[in-house]
Design a protein around this ligand. Structure first.
Ligand SMILES: Cc1cc2nc3c(=O)[nH]c(=O)nc-3n(C[C@H](O)[C@H](O)[C@H](O)COP(=O)(O)OP(=O)(O)OC[C@H]3O[C@@H](n4cnc5c(N)ncnc54)[C@H](O)[C@@H]3O)c2cc1C
Length: 448
């Protein structure tokens, strides 16, 4: 008898579970409440700007081995863009100073000994301040583990941790910060190269995944919102989409890959992170000057990261709940002012769009982190995926993909953690160079 895995949620967690299960020969059916796939990682045609934009700028790093593995599996034709080395240009709006952080590739961080590679005004020994984070108990905040003040904190640790955690680092979980540090700075510059989906999030991650799944015979149901899961004693027996009910056969299974704020309504007694943090993105339809770096970190500004795409300039502000009620035009003006100062583009506001994602990520605090469930539930044949499940990482593309892989392994009876570890090791912690769909800035390397 044909058996089906029903995957509810077509964000990257659901799609990555679907890809792994389809590869393993399972029949896959994907459902999503939205009209399109991608969830919080998607592109769309913005009518105000007349161009396709991403819902938010997404920065990945070369150590994000699962995200890169996913792109290779789906044969993403466009891949990610980034420099050949872990170089991060920064600009300080308070002082006008600019510098580029230049990490060396290996694990031994000799770059901190070179004043031209490190943050201006810092000393080599300053870089050991976060060591206590690596050993801190899970209930500790970053603020309890290290001093969250001082020039190096403001110019390096805060922007890096804020971007990764989308939570003010002083109140964020030290355990999540530690995992970020282990997989990036501690792993060495080879794991820290910044990567962007220059061709757009959907063209890079989502559309190739859908094509791959179609080629494997998967079926898709968009605009289908799961209302309830009919549960027998120890397993799901029915998915209730309102007008349609899908029976879950004895050999079938369900991957629930919906966000943290939806899953507890569908599985009684499920604990999940309940509070979230916003991200605000501003998009401007301008052609960035050629000397503007693709990614620029901003210190002492309203804006935090500037992204220069061929046809637009986009800006990210994390942990942005304070801005949710700000009038959009005033916000666009304030953001553009900073862009104009740093790029030399005219002060007049070009065509703009503000995207406020209220529930961009779960709040990466110790209390919320402690509520993250594993892929397995107390029900047989019902597993979870999502950036909010217990991946050990904050809510990121990397976490979402690992959660999808973990859900697929859980259904195959394997230990998800062991399988992920083995896969990370197989990737040489990330990158078999040339085997992944990476490309150099503004040039394309096709994925295998
Ligand atoms: C503005 C912004 C910027 C970000 N920046 C970065 C970054 O720089 N780097 C990075 O790595 N990550 C970043 N992230 C985080 C990243 O986008 C997410 O971690 C990831 O996309 C989450 O994927 P997911 O599949 O777990 O969840 P989602 O993408 O939320 O997918 C869940 C899916 O479930 C569907 N769904 C919900 N309810 C139901 C229902 N009842 N029935 C059926 N379907 C349902 C939704 O429509 C959605 O498609 C950012 C996120 C945002 C919003």
């Amino acid at each position: 008898m044909a058996t089906t895995v029903h995957i509810v949620g077509a964000g990257l967690a659901g799609l990555s579970a679907a890809v792994r299960l389809a590869e393993a020969g399972r029949q896959v059916a994907v459902y999503d409440a939205a009209k399109i796939a991608g969830g919080r990682c998607r592109s769309y045609l913005d009518t105000a700007l007349g161009i396709t934009i991403d819902n938010g700028n997404h920065l990945l790093l070369s150590g994000n081995w699962a995200a890169l593995d996913f792109l290779a599996r789906i044969g993403s034709p466009v891949g990610l863009s980034g420099p050949d080395a872990a170089n991060f240009p920064f600009a300080d709006l308070a002082t006008g100073r600019r510098w580029t952080l230049r990490l060396n590739n290996g694990r031994l961080p000799w770059w901190i000994l070179d004043a031209r590679r490190r943050v201006p005004g810092s000393r080599a020994w300053n870089y050991f301040a976060p060591i206590r984070i690596l050993r801190a108990p899970s209930s500790t905040t970053v603020g309890e583990a290290m001093v969250c003040a001082g020039p190096l904190y403001e110019r390096l640790w805060r922007p890096v941790l804020l971007a990764a955690l989308n939570t003010e680092p002083s109140e964020a979980a030290a355990g999540l910060a530690a995992q970020i540090l282990r997989e990036t700075l501690v792993a060495g510059g080879h794991a820290c190269r910044p990567l962007i989906a220059m061709a757009g999030l959907s063209a890079t991650f989502v559309e190739p995944a859908l094509r791959f799944l179609v080629s494997k015979g998967a079926s898709f149901h968009f605009g289908w919102r799961l209302r309830a899961i009919g549960l027998a004693e120890d397993r799901p027996k029915e998915l209730d989409f309102g007008n349609v009910r899908i029976a879950i056969g004895p050999q079938d299974a369900v991957v629930l890959a919906v966000p943290a704020w939806v899953a507890p309504d569908l599985i009684p007694g499920l604990q999940a992170p309940a509070s979230s943090r916003a991200i605000v993105n501003a998009h401007f339809r301008v052609e960035p000057p050629p000397d503007v770096p693709p990614v620029l970190g901003i210190i002492h500004g309203l804006t935090e990261w500037h992204f220069a795409y061929p046809n637009r300039f986009s800006v990210t502000i994390s942990n942005a709940d304070r801005l949710l009620d700000e009038p959009r035009r005033a916000l666009a003006r304030a953001i553009w002012r900073e862009v104009s100062i740093l790029t030399g583009l005219p002060y007049d506001l070009p065509p703009w769009q503000i995207v406020k994602e209220r529930r961009a990520t779960f709040a990466a605090t110790p209390i919320e982190a402690s509520k993250r469930p594993t892929a397995r539930t107390r029900f047989r044949d019902l597993v979870l995926a999502g950036d909010w499940t217990a991946t050990g990482l904050p809510a990121t593309i990397e976490g979402a993909v690992r959660s999808g892989y973990a859900a697929a392994s859980a259904l195959s009876g394997a230990s998800a953690a062991k399988q992920l570890q083995a896969e990370a090791a197989k990737q040489g912690f990330g990158l078999a160079h040339g085997q992944h769909p990476l490309r150099s800035p503004r040039s394309t390397v096709r994925s295998p």
